[in-house]
Design a protein around this ligand. Structure first.
Ligand SMILES: [Zn+2]
Length: 277
């Protein structure tokens, strides 16, 4: 059973570029957790443009690109919004991330300089403890180990884990390729190694920013690019498979509810099937 403090802590796994249909067939360990009634599954429609940095901002702030101004990967500046990291910190909680350097630029400082910003520990930053990568081929296995070290040493209330391997392989081989599906299986195996260590102390949210089309690209409006999964492990979400599509803007306020935080005034109000009021 989950202990009491787990009700206020979340690990947010953002699997970059993992589209819905591949998540449904490749993630056998997560499928197991759903089958045995330990996890919920919802389909999600990604915001537009279905591009990484704009959607990172959507997921962390619950605001659309038209409001937050992060309309492209080329918009390199700190976010003007209040993110989940800020909200956790405002309550006196601890934040951490093992993630692509875009998150450092959005929530700590821009531009990212590998020499200075690879590893950051500063209680005044939005992301207080972090390890960022900048090479798209940074191994997912190392990224999970980075995250596990942050979790062990700093016991964060909100930990973002952001592996980029699925997206990188999708760009090289396309979203219909065996290589792309196989990288999703690699992620599932990493989840199978690490989630049992974390599930007792944390609620777990697993989703993706966007999908991947057959051309090895995303940014457009096709289902391959927009349909992504949402798995949750939380006493507040009734386990099971839900069919109703959840808007991606609903995820930040959902995380607020899991953390017992008041959502910002800019976040929308949504009803998530299975979520206890
Ligand atoms: Zn990409």
């Amino acid at each position: 059973m989950m202990n009491q403090t787990a009700r206020e802590k979340v690990i947010f796994l953002l699997i970059d570029g993992l589209r819905l249909d591949v998540a449904q067939v490749a993630l056998g360990y997560l499928g197991h957790l759903v089958e045995v009634g330990q996890a919920s599954f919802h389909p999600v429609q990604a915001e537009l443009p279905s591009v990484s940095r704009p959607v990172y901002e959507v997921l962390m702030t619950g605001t659309p690109s038209s409001v937050n101004g992060i309309t492209s990967n080329q918009v390199v500046r700190p976010s003007h919004q209040t993110s989940l990291f800020h909200l956790v910190r405002q309550r006196g909680g601890t934040t951490a991330a093992a993630a692509h350097y875009s998150f450092s630029e959005l929530y700590n400082q821009a531009p990212f300089q590998p020499l200075h910003h690879r590893e950051q520990h500063d209680p005044d930053q939005a992301i207080q403890h972090s390890r960022f990568y900048w090479d798209d081929n940074y191994p997912d296995s190392h990224l999970f180990a980075d995250a596990a070290a942050l979790q062990r040493h700093y016991n964060p209330d909100f930990l973002l884990i952001h592996p980029g391997g699925v997206d990188a392989v999708g760009h090289r081989f396309g979203g219909e390729s065996k290589q792309y599906r196989n990288q999703a299986i690699v992620i599932d195996d990493l989840l199978a190694q690490y989630l049992p260590l974390w599930m007792e102390d944390y609620q777990i949210v697993i989703t993706a920013d966007h999908g991947m089309n057959g051309d090895g690209q995303h940014g457009g409006t096709s289902t391959a690019e927009r349909a992504v999964p949402l798995f949750c492990i939380s006493p507040r979400l009734r386990p099971g498979v839900y069919g109703e599509v959840v808007p991606q803007l609903a995820i930040a306020p959902l995380v607020c509810q899991l953390l017992n935080l008041q959502p910002t005034t800019k976040m929308g109000r949504f009803t998530i099937p299975g979520l206890a009021a």
